[in-house]
Design a protein around this ligand. Structure first.
Ligand SMILES: NC(=O)c1ccc[n+]([C@@H]2O[C@H](COP(=O)([O-])OP(=O)(O)OC[C@H]3O[C@@H](n4cnc5c(N)ncnc54)[C@H](O)[C@@H]3O)[C@@H](O)[C@H]2O)c1
Length: 264
């Protein structure tokens, strides 16, 4: 129980993928969880499911792009649970259009939800953490920040989040606050399961690009998030941790082309 008496906010926490896994995993380790999502109904459902399993949780409709929503999210956390120990910036949108085809409103939405949203939630939660002399921010980036996978706005926003992570870490280290980013590769969610109905074996095919031979799970990512949020990581800040089955480490197919003599 690494988070007893602690309070964690998960943005995008109403999502059926990582958001809800994070909410359940933090609650299972003792945290009271604020499930913040632009989809208020989904936030409420996840909070209810956490409570049904014996945890403490509150669902709050929060659009991370809106100052008034984010202030209300922070106020609800403090009013209900008295403090804020962990903020996970998980909310995202992503449009797949190519650079030539991207509509400016879709491009701007991804940048706003991911980059501005991460900035705004961090900025508004920081004073509470500074007052406590302790707090942790976990930003969810993506391998897209490091290598071309398409979705140019999403990818650029995630790269911005990684830079912001370093700013948060260094500016607020003297306040006892740590900030780190996870860099996930593809992990299985309902959205991917739906796409798999259109493209059979999609996740198996994607998995074949990963040195470890398969895509990840929401638990793979949540396990790393909980570690970074816990006191076990008390000397880790400003770090970007790939949780990607080795994808960013290199491309085994390319290596085999370069050195066919090593093929086995
Ligand atoms: N699924 C993958 O393969 C993958 C790979 C790399 C990185 N990631 C990252 O992991 C995180 C979680 O992804 P997921 O697919 O599990 O999603 P998820 O299931 O956690 O859902 C994300 C939630 O964000 C919410 N949201 C969207 N716009 C919002 C806004 N303006 N304000 C508040 N909430 C908003 C949505 O309503 C949704 O519930 C994201 O940051 C994503 O970029 C995912």
């Amino acid at each position: 129980m690494r988070f007893t008496d602690q309070v964690a906010i998960v943005t995008g926490g109403g999502g059926t993928g990582l958001g809800s896994t994070l909410a359940h995993r933090f609650a299972a380790e003792g945290a009271a969880v604020v499930v913040a999502d632009a989809n208020g109904e989904a936030a409420g459902e996840v909070a209810k499911s956490v409570r049904n399993q014996g945890g403490q949780a509150l669902g709050v409709r929060t659009d991370v792009r809106r100052e008034d929503d984010v202030d209300a999210m922070r106020n609800a956390a403090v009013r209900e649970f008295g403090r804020i120990d962990v903020l996970v910036n998980n909310a995202f949108t992503s449009n797949p259009a190519s650079i030539l085809d991207a509509r400016i409103e879709d491009w701007s939405r991804d940048i706003d939800v991911i980059l501005k949203g991460t900035f705004l939630c961090s900025q508004r939660v920081l004073p509470t953490m500074i007052g406590q002399g302790k707090g942790v921010i976990i930003n969810i980036s993506s391998v897209n920040a490091h290598t071309h996978v398409g979705a140019s706005a999403y990818s650029a926003a995630k790269a911005g989040v990684e830079s912001l992570t370093r700013n948060l870490a260094v500016e607020h280290a003297p306040d006892g606050i740590r900030a780190n980013a996870l860099v996930p590769g593809t992990f299985r969610t309902d959205v991917w399961n739906e796409r798999e109905k259109l493209v059979p074996d999609l996740l198996e095919r994607l998995g074949s690009w990963y040195p470890l031979g398969h895509v990840g799970t929401t638990d793979d990512i949540a396990t790393a998030a909980l570690f970074l949020a816990s006191d076990e990581a008390s000397w880790i800040t400003g770090a970007l941790l790939p949780v990607d089955g080795g994808l960013l480490a290199g491309n085994p197919r390319f290596a085999r082309e370069v050195h066919p003599e090593n093929d086995r």
